[in-house]
Design a protein around this ligand. Structure first.
Ligand SMILES: [Zn+2]
Length: 382
């Protein structure tokens, strides 16, 4: 079978690899439907942040069941989203349903080979059913949507409250949608990128131009008070400082972005964090337990019913172009939002439906005539 193998930093080859082997005794063989590019994948490719090389990337993916063990609740042809974490059964956090807080877990696309390939073996427990009418590229968005949901579930929703998301990349855009779905009365979104602001505005959010003074603008919009919840989804030291600064007394900062550098807290900010009794809440990954009420099942239920993923998809290239795609992303030669490789033939065929992704995103060709030409001027950062 074919896979996009990350050989070393900055080098992916689309090549023949051995067929995948079963994982545990309830292993399901799946064909990859579609696989999204995470910000962390771009770092693994371009900044040497992979656990090891060679490595097949890809932890945000949908699939079609090919072969299931006897007595399985899955049958060939079923569509699934795949929880990419393989829990460490001996870790005490696994026993309380918090597998992602353990240390010894395994992970598709980071610690072991992932979904930028044609097939994969996955434990049955990691599969979440997806209705047959959900496009495969949308089902590949279940993972990031679950990460965003996990983050905003950390805060109790007040009877009347204003939330702010700083950073309108895919995760921030999904977090904003969850905040609204969960009942926050007002959700603001800040970004420096005009195109992302336009997108969020078209989804009905109040947007703030983060190329100016974000904190002042948000205070202006909230009668000087600030917001009850600030979600840091920009991943920058500056955006974390803004989030800490802009929350109202008794407010909460959710640290969702993996900050790309050291953060220095000025003394006056520390002092005001005390005076405002601000709560700072980290968040990591997502959960598929308890079965039947998992974050992943909530995502699947809401897909297309309040949770819109199609507008966030900026490109749907072929896996064969992975090297050129990653090279352009890491060097920021194209404007992009969510890039999802449409791997299975079914996934490619579904791109003919204009509801699956915006017109500009549906070109398979990744070249000067395709992705680069479709992009409007680049934003200041992805
Ligand atoms: Zn990710």
């Amino acid at each position: 079978m074919k896979a996009a193998v990350l050989r070393e930093q900055g080098v992916i080859s689309y090549t023949d690899v051995p067929e995948p082997r079963p994982v545990g005794d309830r292993s399901v063989l799946v064909r990859i439907g579609a696989v999204g590019v995470c910000g962390s994948d771009v770092l693994r490719y371009g900044r040497g942040k992979a656990y090891h090389y060679p490595l097949v990337l890809g932890h945000e993916f949908s699939a079609i069941v090919e072969e299931a063990p006897a007595g399985s609740r899955f049958a060939p042809g079923d569509r699934v989203a795949v929880f990419p974490l393989l829990p460490d059964p001996d870790d005490p956090f696994t026993r309380i349903g918090e597998a992602a807080l353990g240390r010894g877990y395994d992970y598709y696309g980071s610690r072991r080979d992932g979904a930028m390939s044609e097939r994969l073996h996955v434990p049955e427990a990691n599969l979440v059913p997806v209705p047959g009418n959900v496009p495969l590229v949308h089902a590949a968005m279940v993972e990031p949507a679950a990460v965003a949901l996990h983050a905003v579930l950390k805060v109790r929703v007040p009877a009347s409250g204003t939330a702010l998301v700083i950073g309108a990349g895919p995760i921030g855009a999904l977090a904003a949608q969850w905040l609204r779905l969960l009942g926050w009365t007002r959700v603001l979104v800040a970004d420096v990128d005009e195109r992302k602001r336009r997108l969020m505005s078209s989804l009905g959010f109040e947007v703030v131009d983060a190329s100016g003074d974000t904190v002042a603008a948000v205070r202006d919009l909230t009668g000087g008070l600030g917001v009850d919840c600030a979600v840091e989804a920009g991943g920058l030291p500056l955006t974390l400082l803004q989030a800490l600064d802009v929350v109202a007394p008794l407010g909460t900062v959710i640290m969702l972005g993996d900050i790309n550098g050291d953060v220095t807290l000025p003394q006056p900010l520390v002092s005001s964090l005390l005076r405002r009794e601000v709560r700072v809440q980290g968040t990591w990954n997502s959960k598929i337990t308890p079965a039947g009420r998992s974050e992943w099942e909530m995502v699947v239920t809401c897909l297309g019913h309040g949770l819109e993923v199609a507008p966030l998809i900026s490109h749907t290239p072929s896996l064969a172009d992975a090297d050129a795609v990653f090279d352009d992303l890491v060097n920021r030669r194209v404007w992009y939002n969510k890039v999802v490789f449409a791997v299975a033939d079914e996934a490619r065929a579904e791109l003919d439906d204009p509801g699956v992704a915006p017109a500009a995103a549906r070109s398979a060709a990744w070249s000067a005539s395709g992705a680069r030409a479709s992009g409007e001027p680049l934003g200041a950062r992805p």
